[in-house]
Ligand binder design. Sequence first.
Ligand SMILES: Nc1ncnc2c1ncn2[C@@H]1O[C@H](COP(=O)(O)OP(=O)(O)O)[C@@H](O)[C@H]1O
Ligand SMILES: [Mg+2]
Length: 278
Amino acid sequence: MLPVGDDLALALDRVRFAEAAGITPDDWQARLLRSTAPRILVNCSRQSGKSSTTALLATHTVLYEPDALVLVLSPSERQSKELFRKVLATYRSLDRPVPADAENALSLELENGSRVVALPGKEGTIRGYSGVRLLIIDEAAKVSDSLFYAVRPMLAVSGGRLALLSSPFGKRGFFFAAYEDRANWDYYEVPATDCPRISAAFLAEERRSMPESWFASEYLCQFVDDITGAFRYEDVMGAFTPDVLPLFAHAEATAAAVGPITPAVRPLFAKPAEEFHL
Ligand SMILES: Nc1ncnc2c1ncn2[C@@H]1O[C@H](COP(=O)(O)OP(=O)(O)O)[C@@H](O)[C@H]1O
Ligand SMILES: [Mg+2]
């Protein structure tokens, strides 16, 4: 157990908490840790510290808020476990300030009634959780829209927080839709060139070894066109105009009922890239 004075300081300030766990947060990490926003959107380079920072947030939440449920979701159980392992490492490095009722590879349950659970990345196997205080979606650009829309209602009644973390993966899906709507999120964007732990020499080597668009996506936070798309996103969106009247009389009514065309809506039958012979 930490001395009471320290413990209060750590409870009140997540940056002090991070430091006690051995991490000196970068500026953006400190801002994220201190944020109280209900919706957090993290569009940052690979290896910038997205998972580590939200793992600190998750650990702080369950230690200091009783009966808090924190869920970690990603495209696969392996990736969810990776973030969860950072939670366990923080918890252990602080000498387990609140004792655990159960501690295993996928969940940590504390005596104060709080839990962190790492979820598998498959819709059918995720049971309904309610009262979620914090939902972290790691590698969010690669989580399917159907999975996202399946887990989102878990925040509805509890009014819990949502954190989406990823580097971009094309102009599609809910992560890109959130990016387009970033004015309504607590938004973080950190290219690798701003990360003190990623050297210019490493980046130069990476840039040489991959296509420019891939590099821009992985390291420079840029949403580049989906390689399976025949048209550029800007061209498609630019083709919509309110000046052109609908061809069919019922089209307007349909548009009113269906709502605006959104990049979050994906084709039902998308062909994998290798099936295209252009
Ligand atoms: N503020 C920091 N100080 C020191 N090391 C850090 C910091 N933030 C992240 N790291 C380290 O950087 C590496 C990448 O962090 P990670 O959270 O896995 O990145 P991401 O999820 O963005 O790919 C890890 O080894 C992590 O411990
Ligand atoms: Mg990560």
